[in-house]
Ligand binder design. Structure first.
Ligand code: 5AD
Ligand code: SF4
Length: 464
């Protein structure tokens, strides 16, 4: 009998990936994904703990779900198994069990492969099953193979966890120590994805460029080597990776940007702040000049490399002069796209107990100033493409009929009128207009760069 599974996901790409894997683990038990929680047999909240109010959001969501669970029971429509997964479950599992005893399962990110056992236990017993272990075995060795087709653009987790211990960050506590999947596992999965129609793989990890694995030849590979091997897979047109730490940008990875055509010219390389004093307090273990030199080397290797990053404003002790150093660094580097956040004290992290917390209104005004600068850079970057032709990999059907959506090599979202035959192909698109977060374009007819995995190769007519 099929059962309805609803998963709500917060936070990063790793959580999106994990939610898909949980659905894969539960499929053999008869669970099929649905789009709303009402009437579902299982609801999983896959939570994020990186910034503020995470736990409160979970509790208020649980309040709503409790009503659906009760309604289902009253209607004698079976039982709704209610679960909290992800980083809030890992960090605050005991509190969830205590405050919301109607929750059936609370489990951390390293336990997803044990879901069938947890479901069996939760079905038998009253009370919550709590599992926030860091098991000795790797979940990657036990998760089932991915569902055959992940679409044109797919994520592939290669690394999880972090040993860096930036003083503001919960990731080392919620996701545990750095772990790299072995190269052959990754290459096997990549080949299966490509056979299922994937043309772009985004290698995923909390600290992805720290990836190191035993290669099939017995030597230890770094991410650069892994990317070179992935580039040998026939039909894999594009490779990306996210998210990186400046200290793990190895020479070979920088060279890969120059030498591997499939490696896209876009790099998310968070620096967080531009002041050396703040970088030291954050335990980033590099200076602003180290970062400038690194970006110079990357741009020497790949002159059209588009930079992306993350920034935190209002870290404890951040002065006006420190913040000015962040603005200066952003101005010098020039970002195609970036994320900026107000510092949020996270329980259990060293910076949260620093006495020099920055007042909320100062954080607000710094965030607004940084947003404005980053936004102006993004707009300028996108505008520089108007009138140019760019190769776009169409990966989705647009909401408006007759439109396809895809990405440029520089990660810009591009939409254009296009025949569905172009899904999964890289097509030349002339950019007509730059909008706030995307480019609008026209397919340059009669040309295409690659064959579609979903359609036999055909020469396009003007109807494209
Ligand atoms: N407060 C604000 N931003 C944070 N980030 C991580 N921890 C915090 C925090 N405590 C941001 C960093 C990181 C991104 C994923 O989230 O910029 O790179
Ligand atoms: Fe958090 Fe720093 Fe690790 Fe990134 S490198 S996950 S910010 S501790």
């Amino acid at each position: 009998m099929t059962k309805k599974l609803f998963i709500k996901t917060w936070g990063c790409q790793m959580n999106v990936y994990d939610s898909a894997r949980m659905a894969d683990v539960l499929a053999p038990l008869g669970y099929q994904p649905v789009d709303e929680p009402d009437g579902a047999d299982m609801v999983i909240l896959n939570t994020c703990h990186i910034r503020e109010k995470a736990a409160e959001k979970v509790f208020s969501e649980l309040g709503r779900l409790r009503q659906l669970k009760d309604r289902k029971a009253e209607a004698e429509d079976g039982r709704m198994i209610l679960a909290v997964a992800g980083c809030v479950a890992q960090a605050e599992g005991e509190e969830i069990v205590a405050r919301a005893p109607f929750v059936d399962m609370v489990f951390g990110p390293q336990t997803y492969h044990t879901l069938p056992e947890m479901v069996a236990k939760a079905s038998r017993a009253a009370g919550s099953v709590l599992n926030t272990d860091f098991p000795a075995e790797s979940k990657f060795d036990f998760l089932p193979e991915e569902a055959a087709s992940q679409g044109v653009s797919a994520f592939l987790a290669v690394q999880e966890g972090c040993d860096k211990f930036c003083t503001f960050c919960v990731v080392p506590y919620t996701r545990g120590a750095e772990f790299s999947r072995p190269a052959d596992q990754i290459l096997g999965e990549a080949k299966r994805l490509v056979a299922g129609g994937t043309r772009e793989i985004n290698l995923l990890g909390q600290n992805v460029n720290a990836w190191h694995g035993d290669g099939p030849d017995g030597s230890t590979w770094g991410l650069g080597r892994l990317i070179r091997e992935l580039a040998e897979i026939d039909g894999l047109e594009r490779i990306r990776y996210t998210t990186s730490h400046p200290r793990d940008m190895a020479d070979d990875l920088i060279r890969a940007h120059a030498e591997v055509p499939q490696l896209m010219p876009y790099l998310h390389l968070p620096v967080q702040a531009g002041s050396d004093r703040i970088l030291a307090a954050m335990n980033r273990k590099h200076t602003a000049d180290d970062y400038r030199r690194l970006v110079d080397r990357l741009r020497t290797a790949k002159p059209d490399l588009a930079m992306s990053g993350d920034f935190i404003v209002g870290f404890p002790g951040e002065s006006d002069a420190d913040f000015a150093a962040t603005l200066k660094l952003v101005t010098e580097i020039g970002y195609a796209q970036a994320y900026s956040f107000k510092y949020s004290p996270r329980p259990g992290t060293p910076a949260s107990v620093d006495g020099a917390q920055v007042p909320e209104e100062v954080k607000e005004s710094r965030l607004a100033a940084l947003h404005q600068l980053l936004n102006a850079q993004q707009v300028a970057f996108n505008h520089s493409f108007v009138g140019r032709s760019v190769p776009v990999l169409f990966d989705r059907v647009g909401r408006r009929g007759g439109q396809l959506l895809g990405r440029s090599p520089w990660m810009q979202s591009v939409h254009a009128e296009a025949n569905e035959r172009l899904l999964g192909r890289i097509v030349e698109v002339r950019v007509d207009a730059a909008l706030a977060n995307s480019l609008a374009g026209t397919v340059v007819t009669g040309e295409y760069i690659t064959a579609s995995p979903f359609q036999p190769a055909v020469t396009l007519e003007a109807s494209a």
